[in-house]
Design a protein around this ligand. Structure first.
Ligand code: GDP
Length: 694
């Protein structure tokens, strides 16, 4: 292969959706129509090609963000799979870093649901150009234009249909393309064949109505189209497509299509839309990073002739080849066997295999170019978020940040041998998934794993027990509480020791001040250099952050707090960093004592879709969980209940909701914020923490 790579013929895209909207089914169909997979794998039968982890198959959800390559009309499409379950939004976040465009899939009945909203807003933040696909048009209650309106109103995006359904529910038979004004009718079961026919007069009238709205909005944003529009000239399909592509890429318009992936209708047009409207690597801004040697900002254009710059976004331990590192090449090229630099760790790496991952086979290639998304074997020290580059032109991209875990679970090895295995297995699982943390509880000796939600931890533990064959007892999930203060308070501490030889001396005066929710920790130095020299200020900062790791109420980390070093004193001979650290710890504890410490707990945004007759039961169940109902929405005979519920009260909610609604209600949730635990509950938690009974 020559170095001439047609970057314009590459699309790196993600698919984002609320769980159950049909992401897996749609991806499956795309792979089927692009000819890579020859049998359609049904999610319901647990054989979907993308869901290759057994946990996913059992649960029917997609949790890993594997990249799959396929080709449609000579354009290479790399699909970066993003999970729909909210426990894994960080997976969405990291895939957003490496893709250029995305498809938002919405259910034709449910429309915009909370998780699709979260992901959509994440994509807004990363300015990812999008098209929307309204799936499940065959379902009872599907309403295309309602969903388009929801995308506009709830998500605030300029969403405009570029096709319309022909028939709905059982009669959904095809779509009207508003650009070329033709009807696409699907005839056979697999939908591989469709006929294109002219529109009937009635269809034409409806289509023209929507087309003129689309043309008008395009004209508002595109001078060439505006001119033709004002002159009353015909605007051709290629002209409209060209303008629509520019407006999609610049995030001004979200073209919307409809279909039914399950019934094999509309997916080819979605593939066409990916190629037509979503950006190639050349259409997105150059990546920006820091030259770690010079500390200045540098850029890399999507060009194979530039110096190499790539970002590792996913590490998986593969049973056949060992550690696989997925990365996106932004510029330059990577050749097998050459040495590359992990610029953050300043370590040289060598890739022994480069693989293009297709849905059901992997292809070994000798080079990867700007624009590619591939997996590499042989990288030893590289983890998610690391930058790979040429040694001679180093660049460091911003790493991928992960939110703090909110749920803990304790595991206890059954034998000494298992104890060793736990440590090693968790280390390996941690290489794949940097969103969970592990620590040893000093009091109990148990291993504590912290993750993003109950399901997240369930999956890790499942793998630990099944895949790594660890014998262990597993505790119930526990909330990761935090502590914070409500009052500003200051304290002074002196640490002094005179026991022959060199003594120890440090005096610090600090102030603690509450910060708003989510602000984190902040350290400010207001002491004078003659009171405390700089090296000891560093020790005070380290000491105070250390002290924040375990609060005075129940030993939970202290957050949303500002620590100010006001002053103090030192001794020429006796003062050490250690003595300042100890004095700081003493002062912090003292100051916390008078600062009204409270417990904070994660609060979840919960949305329940429930038939009318069970609403009463569901609400009384929510009330018993300290839930606060925010409101209701009506939707085709069902109620959508929106509520806030403390995370602690959501454990096992799936089972409980099933029983109060005879399996007819469904729910989704995501973390909203941390809030103060009511006093009585707080007492209970503290007592339990210290093994006391109330
Ligand atoms: P994901 O959670 O977003 O990956 O959704 P899946 O692809 O797993 O689909 C969830 C459920 O919806 C499965 O039972 C699918 O068979 C079903 N489904 C997906 N697409 C359609 C569709 O177009 N019409 C109907 N009626 N069901 C669909």
């Amino acid at each position: 292969m020559s170095d001439k790579v047609d970057l314009a013929a590459i699309r790196n895209i993600g698919i984002m959706a609320h769980i159950d909207a049909g992401k897996t089914t749609t991806t499956e169909r795309m792979l089927f129509y692009t000819g890579r997979v020859h049998k359609i794998g049904e999610v319901d039968k647990g054989t979907a090609t993308m869901d290759w982890m057994s946990q996913e198959q059992e649960r029917g959800i997609t949790i890993t963000s594997a990249a799959t390559t396929c080709t449609w009309k000579d354009v290479v499409i790399n699909i970066i799979d993003t999970p729909g379950h909210v426990d894994f939004t960080v997976e969405v976040e990291r895939s957003l870093r490496v893709l250029d465009g995305a498809i938002g899939i919405f259910c034709g009945v449910a429309g915009v649901q909370p998780q699709s909203e979260t992901v959509w807003r994440q994509a807004d933040r990363y300015k990812v150009p999008r098209i929307a696909y309204v799936n499940k048009m065959d379902r009872i209650g599907a309403d295309y234009l309602r969903v388009v309106n929801m995308i506009r109103q709830t998500l605030g995006s300029e969403a405009y249909p570029i096709n319309l359904p022909i028939g709905v529910e059982d009669y959904f038979s095809g779509v009207i393309d508003l650009i070329d004004l033709k009807a696409y009718i699907y005839e056979d079961e697999l939908g591989a064949g469709y006929i294109i026919r002219d529109l009937t007069a009635e269809e034409m009238a409806e289509a023209q109505k929507h087309r003129s709205i689309l043309v008008e909005i395009i004209a508002e944003n595109d001078d060439y189209i505006l001119e033709k529009y004002l002159e009353g000239q015909d605007i051709s399909a290629p002209e409209l497509n060209q303008a629509l592509r520019q407006l999609t890429i610049s995030n001004k318009i979200v073209p919307v299509l409809c279909g039914s992936s399950f019934k094999n209708k509309g997916v080819q047009l979605l593939l066409d839309a990916i190629v037509r409207y979503l950006p190639s690597p050349q259409d997105v801004p150059a990546v920006t990073g820091i030259d770690p040697d010079r500390g200045v900002q540098v850029q890399r254009k999507a060009d194979t002739q530039e110096a190499l710059c790539a970002l590792a976004f996913k590490v998986v331990v593969d049973p056949y080849v060992g550690k696989l590192t997925y990365f996106r090449v932004y510029s330059g090229q990577i050749k097998l066997g050459t040495s590359i630099l992990n610029s953050g760790k300043r370590k040289k790496e060598r890739i022994t295999k480069i693989l293009k991952m297709h849905a059901n086979h992997r292809e070994e290639v000798s080079q990867a170019y700007a624009g590619d998304i591939v997996a590499g074997v042989g990288l030893k020290d590289t983890i998610t978020g690391d930058t790979l580059c040429d040694e001679s032109s180093p660049i460091l991209l911003e790493s991928i940040s992960f939110p703090d875990p909110v749920v803990d679970v304790a595991i206890e090895a059954k034998t000494k041998n298992d104890q060793d295995k736990i440590g090693e297995s968790l280390r390996r699982l941690g290489e794949e998934d940097p969103t969970f943390r592990t620590r040893i509880d000093e009091d109990t000796g148990q291993t504590i794993i912290s993750g993003m939600g109950e399901l997240h931890l369930e999956i890790i533990i499942d793998r630990l027990l099944k895949e790594f064959k660890v014998n262990a007892n597993v505790g119930n999930p526990q909330v990761s509480y935090k502590e914070t203060i409500k009052k500003t308070n200051r304290a002074e501490a002196v640490f002094e020791k005179q026991s022959g030889g060199r003594g120890q001396y440090a005096q610090v005066i600090i102030q603690l001040r509450p910060l708003e929710e989510g602000a984190g920790k902040r350290f400010i130095n207001q002491s004078k250099a003659e009171e405390i020299p700089p090296e000891f200020v560093t020790a005070v900062e380290a000491g105070s952050l250390e002290a924040m790791q375990g609060g005075i109420l129940a030993g939970y980390p202290v957050d949303d707090i500002e620590i100010t070093l006001l002053g103090g004193s030192f001794h020429e001979v006796d003062s050490t960093e250690q003595s300042f650290k100890i004095a700081t710890g003493m002062a912090v504890r003292e100051a916390l004592n008078g600062a009204e410490v409270v417990l904070l707990e994660p609060i979840m945004d919960v949305e329940i879709v429930c038939p009318e007759e069970y609403v009463g039961e569901v609400i009384s169940d929510l009330n018993s969980r300290r839930g606060r109902v925010l409101g209701f929405e009506e939707h085709k005979g069902s109620k959508i209940i929106k509520a806030l519920v403390p995370l602690a009260e959501t454990f096992g909610y799936a089972t409980s909701l099933r029983s109060v609604s005879q399996g007819r209600a469904s729910f989704s949730m995501q973390i909203k914020n941390y809030a103060e635990v009511p006093a009585s509950k707080s007492k209970e938690i503290v007592a339990k923490r210290y093994g006391l009974s109330l």
